[in-house]
Design a protein around this ligand. Structure first.
Ligand SMILES: *Cc1c(COP(=O)(O)O)cnc(C)c1O
Length: 391
């Protein structure tokens, strides 16, 4: 089989890095564009503002009106420019513009699909795995993803509020030597000022048993203007520091995003991408292949591909698990190993991340393992005749 990039007519278009500025803001002075504060101040937060730019469907209009007391709508001008004005199937639109279907009642869906609230030793600190914690430091993001797994608290308009007990959280981390890895998330920690973020990082960095700090952020995608030299110079004092980014579709990797990711890489910060498999957004092999290739070109490594959590109001965006397996099969062997994310399901109700893989083992006995490769050809690996594991 030929590689998809030579058989797919859209491949070259999909992997091109483009700038979409100023787009809908052609009347604004361009020097504002690179200022992340201007970007935040000029976010699209209402039906009125949105309708000035694009043609909405009735489903979207209803969704926007109903979103006000659940998960707010907010879209940075930078990201808004990726939204197609007329196409209701635009993969960018589906991620950030609310739809009526968000209000459908599905008894299988949950407010807290990953069971985080029941794994908090201190409010704001999720300790599910033995050696690492998730530290929820804010409930705000630059823009809001409609399938947000933490929509119960994120954006601040729902019934539940995020309550992070800062001092108790730091004390828990200082007093729990089994924790070697802290993941800052929320909300988006890169919304904080450099000074506020540095306060958190320096306190964590001073804890001897903490070997490794991560920040989960979609700001490199929603607001690449925030990735300033000052931010990078501050962050690199706290190595080893990784950033988990979140992008789902190749169009999101613009020239500005690529420049920001390169800046982070130049500061020695590894970025890994966490995608969510979404219906009509990225549920096909060519889109995923273009996405992972553009990530490598931007010096970012695909990390996880998540099956969409059973979050309330996400039924229209979820895919089958079979689709995810098909996508991984379409990548493994067909492209660079570094480009292939691990497909995972967060076990509904609090099981943590469970890896899902295509099955390449046809038969396994004490004598041999019968395998198939990515082309479907069969291979046999004979097991050693005398092998005892150390106990
Ligand atoms: C995802 C997650 C982590 C980090 O998991 P990794 O597999 O190490 O990336 C840690 N804690 C919680 C609660 C998580 O959901």
């Amino acid at each position: 089989m030929l590689a998809a990039h030579s058989t797919d007519p859209d491949y070259d278009k999909m992997i091109a890095f483009q700038s979409h500025a100023p787009g809908y803001w052609a009347a604004e002075a361009m020097e504002k564009w690179d200022d992340h504060k201007w970007q935040l101040k000029n976010r699209i937060n209402s039906l009125n503002e949105l309708e000035k730019h694009i043609n909405l469907t009735q489903e979207e209009r209803t969704g926007i009106i109903l979103s006000g007391n659940k998960l707010a709508m907010s879209i940075t001008p930078h990201f808004m420019n990726l939204v197609d004005k007329d196409d209701p199937n635009c993969p960018i639109r589906k991620q950030v513009i609310p739809r009526m279907e968000e209000n459908l009642d599905d008894p299988q869906e949950m407010d807290d699909p990953c069971g985080e609230d029941s794994h908090m030793p201190v409010p704001g600190l999720v300790h599910r795995y033995p050696d690492r914690v998730l530290f929820l430091v804010t409930d705000r993001c630059a823009s809001y993803c409609r399938y947000c797994t933490r929509s119960r608290v994120v954006s601040g308009v729902g019934e539940q509020q995020l309550e992070t007990h800062w001092e108790a959280a730091f004390e828990y981390l200082e007093n729990t030597p089994t924790i070697r890895d802290v993941l800052l998330s929320g909300g988006d920690p890169l919304l904080f000022s450099d000074a506020k973020l540095e306060k958190i990082l320096s306190r964590l960095h001073a804890i001897p048993h903490i070997q490794f700090i991560r920040i989960g952020s979609r700001i490199p995608i929603f607001l690449p203007q925030r990735i300033t030299d000052d931010l990078c110079n501050m962050l690199k004092k706290y190595h080893p520091l990784f950033i988990s980014i979140h992008t789902n579709h190749p169009k999101e990797l613009t020239t500005e995003v690529k420049a920001g990711l390169e800046k982070l890489a130049d500061a020695g910060i590894m970025t890994g991408n966490q995608s969510v498999l979404l219906r009509g957004v990225n549920d096909d092999v060519p889109t995923q292949k273009a996405l992972v290739h553009k990530l490598l070109m931007s010096r970012s490594r695909p990390y996880y591909l998540y099956q969409c959590d059973l979050i309330k109001g996400s039924s229209h965006l979820r895919t089958s698990v079979a689709k995810g397996i098909e996508i991984i099969e379409g990548l493994r062997g067909h492209t660079t190993g570094y480009a292939i994310p691990q497909y995972v399901i967060d076990g509904p109700g609090g099981g943590g991340k469970i890896p899902i893989n295509p099955n390449y083992i046809k038969e396994i006995t004490t004598e041999k393992v019968v395998l198939r490769n990515y082309e479907g050809k069969e291979f046999t690996y004979p097991e050693p005749q005398h092998y005892e594991t150390k106990i």
